[in-house]
Write a protein that binds this ligand. Structure first.
Ligand code: AGP
Length: 610
């Protein structure tokens, strides 16, 4: 996700836009830029890296004008670079964009056939060319050209645009990405988020999907894509700036837990075709003969990403009938793995910079394995060392404890398994369609779980003084037991262990008493009877059990002390749901214990040392 800003009013737009962008830097910080309508036309300044670099650029080369747009980038298509930095300009048009234009390739091809020359690798640039082509090819005015362009776009967007010879006009629009309109005194703002403009105004109008706003000398005019005027009410926002950075949430971690539905939608977007019954990855171009020669798959990662890897094993082995070996980065790199040209090596990393995973990746490459990485940060070290890349589109994950990166990694692994199984002719297009239909329901299931947050808060209040926790799961939910334990220990500093439920009797059962809560993932799937047996074993020894179970399970409530219900879903997708109550329980326990939730002691967001 990126941050976008537009300004039109009585002040110098460049200083206002930069100050607004600074408050959006948490949305992305690969590159930044600004376009202002000055006396000599549109002036553009761009930089790689953070907003501070843009400020430096503007100090050296100031630009003046009272109408402008700005952008801070989180790269999704096209590496972080100056040429890919927004704003994108075509002739008299400058635009900034947040979102993913799914059909940018076909739009770009059509425009290039008409002579358009593209300068960047991004999907966003196509928007500037479209608006320009409607103005100069069909003689439409700026607003109509903008509207016609929007109707051609598939995917998500929040766009702000200006036109060189219309300094008194600023246009914005949105679909599935946030955009607000700030109603100042004789000045107006467009922004991705409330934090950006709170210092200037608290009177906000929220644009809805498929709406656009044209701001000129008079009040903003809101229209739908048919050109019909729509009326909008402004709201007064009583947030503090500090709260606003986190979108009203107390911590980035909580915000990122609640961003998971959107992050999953963005990770699926543009990669599944119900029409063709297939899955597609933009940065994976391995020929099918090579894929068919793969005899073994390795998935290697650290920490939470390793837990995702363990889940990927279940997905790929059951859908692709290929052996999958999982390892921790720091272990893989020091052993003699049986790996070679017939192996596919999948490193998983949110940051793309974890030293142990990077070293393992380089070792695998040196042994001639094909490397396809799953990563959240474009052009980071691990993707750059890979033959193919599957980016999770989770947006920047600021909280040290990984949440939305984890669930999007699981989605990326599921899509990978479908991709491979289709190419190995193990799944038909109809099979793929059926599985995609199940996958696209996950975000709404997550929304339902997030709505039951109060239950997890009550559980946290009941157990937050405990000094030890045990998390138990079977099968594909054993890695979720590990992840639940890791979330709790790393942000609350409580000792917590994840264990295969079947292993409890081989040791950990000695720990069971009323002082050590036991969290059990008890889904009505193949192992339910056995899990219920484990719960009985805990209860028989005076232990207290917190269960995560499917809605409609009328038995579990009688056997355990507390239960959080989740919507039913198919086994391979259940980890995406079962982890969320555990994230929330860990979060609320940490808050009650007064720890630094976003930056826990001793931890770093990316462990770039061995
Ligand atoms: C997860 O909550 C931890 N912060 C940590 O285990 C993390 O998953 C691990 O360091 C791997 O990081 P990566 O995904 O960026 O490679």
């Amino acid at each position: 996700m990126c941050g976008i800003v537009g300004y039109i009013g009585k002040r110098q737009s460049s200083s206002v836009i930069v100050s607004c962008l600074k408050r959006l830097e948490y949305r992305g910080y690969d590159s930044a830029g600004i376009a202002v309508i000055g006396n000599g036309g549109i002036e553009v300044r761009r930089c790689e890296g953070k907003i501070a670099n843009l400020e430096e650029e503007l100090k050296n080369k100031p630009c003046s004008g009272s109408t402008g747009i700005g952008h801070t980038r989180w790269a999704t298509h096209g590496r972080p670079s100056l040429t890919n930095a927004h704003p994108h300009v075509e002739g008299s048009i400058a635009i900034v964009h947040n979102g993913i234009i799914e059909n940018h390739i076909e739009l770009k091809d059509d425009l290039m056939k008409k002579g358009a020359v593209f300068k960047s690798e991004t999907d966003s640039e196509v928007i500037a060319h479209l608006i320009y082509s409607f103005i100069h090819g069909e003689n439409l005015d700026f607003e109509e050209a903008f509207r016609r362009s929007l109707r051609l776009l598939k995917g998500s967007y929040a766009i702000a645009a200006i036109k060189e010879d219309e300094p008194h006009k600023l246009i914005g629009a949105k679909r599935e990405c946030p955009m607000i309109v700030g109603m100042g005194k004789d000045e107006y703002f467009l922004a991705s988020d409330i934090p950006a403009i709170l210092e200037y105004t608290r009177d906000i109008i929220f644009l809805d999907d498929e709406e656009m706003v044209a701001i000129g000398r008079k009040l903003p005019v809101f229209k739908n894509l048919k050109g019909e005027t729509v009326s909008k009410e402004s709201r007064f926002i009583d947030w503090t700036p500090a709260m606003a950075e986190k979108g009203g949430y107390r911590h980035f971690m909580k915000k990122e837990i609640f961003e998971q539905p959107r992050a999953i939608i963005d990770t699926i977007r543009g990669r599944v075709s119900k029409e063709n019954g297939d899955v597609w990855f933009e940065y994976v171009n391995i020929d099918e003969e090579k894929l068919k020669s793969i005899k073994k798959i390795f998935i290697v990662a650290c920490g939470t990403s390793w837990h995702a890897a363990l889940i990927g094993k279940f997905m790929i082995e059951s859908l692709c009938s290929l052996p999958v070996e999982i390892d921790i980065g720091s272990e893989f790199r020091y052993r003699k793995p049986i790996i070679g040209a017939d192996s596919l090596f999948i490193p998983i990393s949110q940051s793309g910079e974890t030293a142990d995973t990077l070293a393992a990746t380089k070792l695998a490459k040196s042994l001639e394995a094909t490397v396809v990485s799953i990563c959240n940060v474009i052009e980071s070290s691990i993707p750059r060392a890979s033959d193919g890349i599957i980016y999770t589109h989770a947006g920047p994950e600021i909280g040290v404890a990984s949440t939305k990166a984890f669930t999007t990694q699981i989605v990326a692994l599921y899509l990978s398994a479908l991709y491979l199984a289709r190419r190995l002719n193990l799944l038909t297009p109809d099979d793929i369609r059926e599985r995609i239909a199940g996958l696209v329901k996950v975000p709404s299931h997550l929304e339902a779980i997030l709505e039951s947050e109060a239950k997890t808060e009550r559980i946290a209040k009941k157990y937050f003084k405990s000094q030890d926790f045990l998390f138990l799961g079977r099968g594909i939910n054993y890695p979720i037991a590990l992840e639940g334990a890791l979330k709790l220990k790393e942000i609350s500093y409580i000792h917590a262990e994840g264990y295969p439920a079947g292993e409890m009797k081989h040791g950990p059962i000695a720990l069971i008493d009323e002082n050590m809560p036991v969290v059990v993932i008890a889904l009505k799937d193949g192992s339910y009877e056995k899990i219920m047996g484990n719960i009985e074993e805990v209860k028989a020894r005076g232990g207290r059990v917190i269960a995560v179970a499917f809605e409609g399970d009328e038995d579990i409530g009688k056997k355990v002390d507390d239960v959080v219900f989740i919507p039913k879903t198919e086994p391979l997708l259940s980890p995406i749901l079962t982890v969320v109550p555990l994230q929330l329980i860990a979060y609320h326990i940490a808050v009650l214990r007064g720890t630094d939730v976003d930056q826990p002691r001793n931890l770093a967001k990316s462990v770039t040392v061995e």
